[in-house]
Design a protein around this ligand. Structure first.
Ligand code: SAM
Length: 232
């Protein structure tokens, strides 16, 4: 793999294993906890939605079911291609190559921004936050979805993988930026144990994945996330 362009955060899970990441996306939040929480803040019916770091575009058709217009922005060229292919038949969807720090989107042109496990991981994402302020229209909202390492089985796995991760620092960062936090508890529910194992193996290094799979039976796990959001 060539070195990532400047300001692009390597995402080995989806970059190296887009097919397994697709299974992961299908397993995430079967109860719609995240979507329900987002809609209670700002619905996107007839709105313009921007998905920053859209990856292979998994969420774009979902937004397009209700939105007037959906723009996906993604820096990794093979994923831009996959997202374009996924949405080729959807006239309302447009996939653009770009980064959160330099969104290829005009000022005040977007109603709802969604960034899920992409770029906005706390301290350091200020350039992207400035861009969100630039592109959001009055009455709009921005949503960031990220792991909550303080709770849940998945949160404990995440802390084992990143023992230095400071969840408190991340939460304080968002509060300082004037964002709200809605803690959510959802689950991963894979279609089979084989899919669950494959997904765990793209998220964790081999030795930790072996430990997790030895101690955790079945094809599901409880997974806490934070929905950070701001309205303008
Ligand atoms: C873990 S993936 C999540 C993809 C997608 N949001 C999803 O939920 O399916 C993170 C994505 O962020 C993208 N990314 C990395 N650096 C970025 C940046 N500076 N601006 C926007 N996206 C970025 C990666 O290329 C990758 O597609």
């Amino acid at each position: 793999m060539t070195a990532p362009a400047q300001g692009v955060i390597p995402s080995p899970n989806i970059w190296r294993h887009p097919d397994v990441y697709e299974l992961e996306n299908r397993a995430v939040d079967p109860d719609g906890v995240i979507e329900t929480a987002m809609r209670s803040v700002r619905d996107w019916r007839s709105a313009t939605v921007l998905d920053v770091g859209c990856g292979s575009g998994f969420h774009l058709p979902r937004f397009a079911a209700d939105a007037a217009r959906v723009i996906g922005v993604e820096p990794h060229p093979p994923l831009v291609e996959l997202a374009r292919r996924r949405t080729a038949g959807l006239a309302a969807v447009d996939v653009r190559a770009g980064t959160a720090q330099r969104l290829p989107v005009p000022d005040a042109s977007v109603d709802v921004v969604h960034a899920r496990w992409a770029y906005f991981f706390g301290p350091g994402c200020e350039p992207g936050l400035r861009e969100l302020t630039r592109v959001l229209r009055r009455g709009g909202a921005a949503f960031v979805i990220d792991n909550d390492a303080t709770r849940s089985t998945f949160g404990r796995w995440f802390l084992r993988a990143f023992p230095g991760y400071d969840a408190g620092e991340v939460e304080r960062f968002w509060a300082r930026q004037g964002w709200s936090r809605t803690p959510l508890l959802m689950r991963w529910a894979c279609a089979s144990r084989a899919e669950f194992e494959a997904v765990v193996r793209i998220e964790f290094a081999q030795s930790l994945a072996d430990e997790i799979l030895a101690e955790h039976p079945g094809s599901e796990v409880d997974y806490a996330v934070n929905l950070f959001w701001r309205t303008v």
